[in-house]
Ligand binder design. Structure first.
Ligand code: HEC
Length: 234
């Protein structure tokens, strides 16, 4: 028997099963547990500080409640001047301009316009009609005639957006007139739903003021807001 043989005999005596057995498991290191807990703690603080109270309207600009955003409290009702300005910038400013002055010979001004401010036969309802269905043909604004066409917005803008934008144009650039309530827009839309073509000045002038509450009859620079509209003939 030489050395070599004895070596291999020794090798055959090694316990192969024990050699391949899984090593005994170490318990999870304490420092790792502490690290995870610390990370969870600061993660919680970060989430609490940046979640916006888990309200979906905080980051979603389509949900209009800007004035309530970030307070964590219940969302305040949207400010028509804020919403209105936004609608105006998106839908009206391209023609009537951001300063409401319009473009001479093409787009009539909204600043100081008797249509916007509602006087005489220009009842508040007429501007709602103009926005809902559009306007075409000759129209006189501040003694200046225009002969152009404005497309209808009734299919694009919702009642609350129309109320907001009209409230905005009636109270911006020095204009001052009562707000247009959403329900008022809805009534006018309902009453004219069969109509598809734009209005003309002649037609609008022929219509007596509709939906004017009994107390709001007298004309003044600042007529009462049409908050209690009544159906025609009611
Ligand atoms: C594409 C251009 C255009 C856009 C956009 C437009 N308008 Fe007009 N608007 C006109 C024109 C043109 C007239 C006059 C129509 C005519 O000559 O018969 C007019 C007339 C008016 C009038 C009556 C006249 C006056 O100056 O007071 C009002 C009120 C009005 N628009 C409000 C709005 C509002 C509110 C919006 C946005 C929702 C809007 N317009 C968007 C072109 C536009």
């Amino acid at each position: 028997m030489d050395e070599r043989f004895r070596e291999s005999e020794l090798a055959s005596k090694v316990d192969v099963t024990a050699l391949h057995a899984a090593p005994e498991r170490e318990p999870v290191a304490l420092w790792l547990i502490v690290l995870i807990m610390v990370l969870m703690f600061f993660g919680g603080i970060f989430l609490w500080a940046n979640s916006g109270g888990f309200q979906s309207n905080i980051y979603n600009t389509n949900k209009i409640s800007w004035s309530g955003a970030g307070t964590g409290g219940p969302a305040a009702p949207p400010d028509p001047m804020v919403v209105g300005k936004r609608v105006f910038t998106q839908s009206c400013a391209v023609c009537h301009q951001t300063n409401g002055e319009g473009v001479a010979g093409q787009f009539p001004p909204l600043v100081g316009s008797e249509w916007v401010l509602s006087q005489d036969w220009h009842g508040d309802n007429h501007i709602v009609k103009i926005v809902l269905n559009g306007l075409q043909g000759v129209v006189t604004v501040k003694n200046v005639p225009y002969n152009n066409a404005m497309a209808p917005w009734g299919a694009v803008l919702k009642d609350d957006q129309i109320a907001a934008v009209l409230t905005y144009v009636r109270n911006e650039w020095g204009n001052k007139a009562p707000p247009i309530p959403v329900e008022f827009v809805s009534k006018i839309r309902e009453a004219n739903k069969a109509r598809s073509e734009p209005w003309t000045q002649k037609e609008l002038q022929a219509i007596n003021r509709e939906f004017v509450g009994p107390a709001a009859a007298p004309d003044s620079a600042a007529p009462a807001a049409p908050t209690a509209p009544t159906a025609p003939g009611a």
